[in-house]
Design a protein around this ligand. Structure first.
Ligand code: GLN
Ligand code: ZN
Length: 779
């Protein structure tokens, strides 16, 4: 066991997604709670075993949960919405909050900081009523202690400020002041609960608790957040949360905490402070302000959000710099460094050794998933004395050093992409004519009615369609037979759209499993795992591709299906592509090249496809960017830079289109208010957006911005199986027309239809077309 090493959490779905299948079976009523819990415990035991065997000094416990860790703490705290409060505390109530029951809908779900993991948003109600119940949590901790010993078990406690910060007022209309005041009341109410809990952990013999407060990195973003931290963790008087007989490691991640918060946090009476050295500039803070000699620095050096192995040269120099920065205050400084992952390892897959020839595909043995990352933590921790004694990276980690050097040598073979990037000019990022001229040219060639109708791209992915793709993949179906079957799907979709009377048609995306995977698989520079699942939410997992080299597109990816569709109809068929920013944000990027450069490389590949579609006769091309806003950095100061290169990437992929080609984009899951300028800068001729809120606030923000380009606010929510009646759709559209002129509006659902059934789609689109026709005659 290596005492100066620690872990902040381990994936919880199991090596083969055992928990996914157990949970889903349980929810379907096919597995009782006890059997499901037995699997959960087994996964937890495996995670602990792996970390013990690796020799990790302090191992997290209580980080595993059955749905989402935010939700788990909502349940432990008993901060349950009234609509679920009649249920008995425990897992079933937690599942009810996550998934909804009868007349009690689920909590909202949203992205956890800047990750692709979703958490369940706690709802704060008045009056504050808590029914804390930590039985399940404490039981986990005691199992951890039984297996690992009290001195090695470091319970993960989700910090009170982070929990409150990520919550929202139950009343969506509540003002900002009311929300702040209610958050403050909740904080007052939960702090004693936390103090009591930490006391209990101390009584169980635990020696160190890890208090996860990622919200600390957002300190600069709001005064109220800083005030909440000061209230929860005051430095001078005895803070109840920090006065139990147990050490506290205050853990932050995803960014540096910023200068002000750094000075505040280093003065707290905690025994360890954990900082993320992989994102933001924690090193600068430690260098600039020193580090107190009475505390341990939890140095998050092993990147918990990336599937890449540590790079010896980088991590060794980082450890050396951190050590020398804390030396002046503490000559034995290196003894106070504890090597950790930058965050919970839930954001990377379980084990890379089951991935067959993946290392060959990416160009070297340079990948590390969770199992490998805990080994890295220990190896690096062990190496600290050698590092501070001046030994070189290549001598400490010779094998990995060689692997990285081989990898670096292997990536630079794609000179054409580099050359193209070097040759970009301003014109590469702007459409050949201004919007006004473009719409005139487009109208001439497309001859669309006012309020044209369209859909977002996908049609139902029926069992038959999925079976086709599966059989093709396994080799049971020849390429020829597969294409013929896909073409049948296309002709069905086109026939239906013609019959419904839609104006801009789509081919239906039957050949695509996933909007990123479909393109990634045809790009050079992308690799796919066979079992590299990471939790997205609840039982849902995703398998992000790994970008490992320069990206290019050897041959056309979508023109065949476009042509099949367009030959069947005189109406325009939309070409359907995924945008560069979305592809990047839903993949694991490489680390040797900036995200911006990778986005540009993908953009060039997409622009090649735009040109090919045009050449094939495509007059409307949609480039989806649902994840554009997701990539926004946490620090306000970094936002402008991101939005600049993100919009540049979109422009780079679409600017190649002729003025008479109509470029559409689509964005969902998006709160547009704070990035209107960027959306406008995309210069798309039409933007279809999710518009779930009924009060037209989204539309208002477009109007207030004086947005002049085409807009397709979703007329109905595709997540619901309910077929919206004509009258509802008509009212909705009339409502839109009160805000924006008819010349600007396009009529469509709010996202792709792949999760719906054909009868639902037929009913909804029939009504959408009829409602639009009614409104056309009335206006
Ligand atoms: N074109 C895609 C579809 O219709 C868009 C999906 C998305 O926005 N998430 O499925
Ligand atoms: Zn969408």
């Amino acid at each position: 066991m290596v005492s100066n090493s620690g872990a902040l959490g381990f994936p919880r779905m199991g090596p083969n997604r055992e928990m996914k299948f157990a949970l889903e079976k349980h929810w379907r009523g096919k597995m009782d709670e006890a059997s499901m819990l037995a699997i959960a415990r087994d996964v937890e035991q495996q995670a602990w075993g792996i970390q013990m065997d690796a020799g990790v000094g302090l191992i997290s416990a209580g980080d595993h949960c059955l749905y989402d860790n935010m939700l788990a703490w909502t349940e432990y705290l008993g901060a349950v919405p009234k609509r679920h409060a009649h249920l008995a505390p425990g897992n079933e109530r937690m599942f009810a909050m996550a998934r909804g029951i009868d007349n009690a809908p689920a909590l909202d779900m949203t992205k956890f900081f800047d990750t692709n993991y979703h958490y369940e948003v706690p709802e704060l109600e008045t009056p504050v009523a808590l029914q804390p119940n930590f039985a399940n949590y404490l039981e986990t901790i005691s199992r951890g202690i039984a297996k690992m010993g009290a001195d090695r078990t470091a319970p993960v406690v989700l910090g009170p400020v982070t929990w409150v910060h990520l919550a929202r007022h139950a009343n969506a209309e509540a003002s900002e002041e009311a929300t702040t005041a209610l958050k403050d009341q909740y904080l007052d109410a939960i702090l004693p609960v936390y103090a009591a809990l930490i006391g209990k952990l101390a009584a169980m013999g635990v020696q160190e608790v890890q208090l996860h407060e990622p919200a600390l990195v957002m300190w600069d973003s709001s005064k109220t957040l800083a005030a909440m931290f000061k209230k929860a963790y005051f430095a001078n008087k005895a803070c109840p949360m920090l006065s139990a007989d147990v050490k506290v490691n205050l853990v932050t991640f995803f960014e540096d905490v910023g200068a002000e918060a750094y000075q505040w946090v280093t003065a707290l009476p905690v025994s360890a402070i954990s900082l993320d050295f992989t994102r933001g500039d924690s090193l600068k803070l430690v260098k600039g302000y020193g580090f107190p000699k009475d505390k341990v620095l939890g140095a998050g050096i092993i990147d918990g959000r990336s599937p890449w192995a540590m790079e010896p040269a980088k991590v060794v120099s980082l450890v050396r710099e951190v050590a020398s920065a804390i030396m002046p205050a503490n000559p034995n400084g290196s003894d106070n460094i504890r090597v950790q992952a930058s965050c919970n390892l839930q954001f990377v897959p379980w084990d890379v050794t089951c991935e067959g020839d993946l290392a060959e595909k990416v160009g070297g043995d340079v990948l590390a998933f969770a199992v490998q990352k805990v080994q890295e933590i220990v190896a690096l921790a062990e190496a600290v004395p050698k590092i501070t004694a001046g030994k070189e990276a290549k001598d400490i980690f010779p094998v990995l050093d060689k692997a990285w050097k081989a990898f670096s040598a292997s990536v630079t073979d794609n000179t054409n992409t580099a050359k193209r990037l070097a040759g970009l000019t301003e014109a590469s990022f702007s459409r050949p004519a201004p919007f006004k001229e473009r719409v005139a040219a487009q109208q001439k060639s497309l001859k669309l009615p006012v309020l044209p109708t369209t859909t977002i791209g996908s049609f139902p992915q029926t069992a038959a369609v999925r079976k086709l793709r599966r059989e093709f993949k396994s080799g049971a179906l020849s390429a020829e037979d597969y294409e013929r079957a896909i073409d049948q799907q296309i002709s069905y979709a086109i026939g239906i759209q013609e019959a419904l009377g839609l104006d801009i048609l789509v081919h239906g995306e039957a050949e695509r499993t996933d909007m990123v995977e479909f393109f990634g698989q045809q790009f050079q520079g992308f690799a796919f795992t066979s079992n590299g699942w990471v939790q997205s939410y609840g039982s849902r997992c995703v398998r992000p591709p790994i970008i490992h080299g320069d990206v290019s597109r050897p041959t056309a990816m979508t023109t065949r299906e476009f042509k099949v569709a367009q030959e069947l109809t005189l109406r325009p068929v939309k070409g359907m592509l995924t945008g560069p920013v979305t592809i990047l944000n839903w993949s694991f990027p490489r680390l040797d090249v900036s995200r911006k450069e990778q986005a540009f490389q993908i953009a060039l590949a997409i622009s090649d496809e735009v040109a090919d579609l045009e050449a094939a006769g495509c007059k409307v091309i949609q480039v989806d960017e649902p994840a554009l806003r997701e990539g926004l950095p946490l620090k306000p100061l970094k936002k402008a830079d991101y939005l600049k290169w993100a919009t540049d990437s979109f422009l780079l992929s679409t600017a190649i289109a002729k003025p008479e080609t109509s470029i559409h984009t689509h964005m969902c899951y998006c709160d547009f208010g704070d990035c209107m300028e960027a959306i406008d800068r995309l210069d798309a001729d039409v933007n279809s957006i999710e518009n779930a809120r009924s009060d037209n606030t989204t539309l208002q923000s477009f109007k207030e911005f004086n947005y002049k380009k085409g807009l397709g606010p979703g007329l109905y929510d595709i997540h619901s199986p309910v077929v919206p009646p004509v009258s509802t759709l008509q009212d909705k559209l009339e409502g839109f027309l009160k805000v924006l002129p008819k010349e600007q509006l396009v009529c469509n659902p709010d996202c792709g239809l792949k999760t719906r059934t054909w009868p639902q789609v037929l009913g909804a689109l029939r009504n959408l077309v009829e409602a639009t026709r009614n409104v056309r005659t009335l206006n």
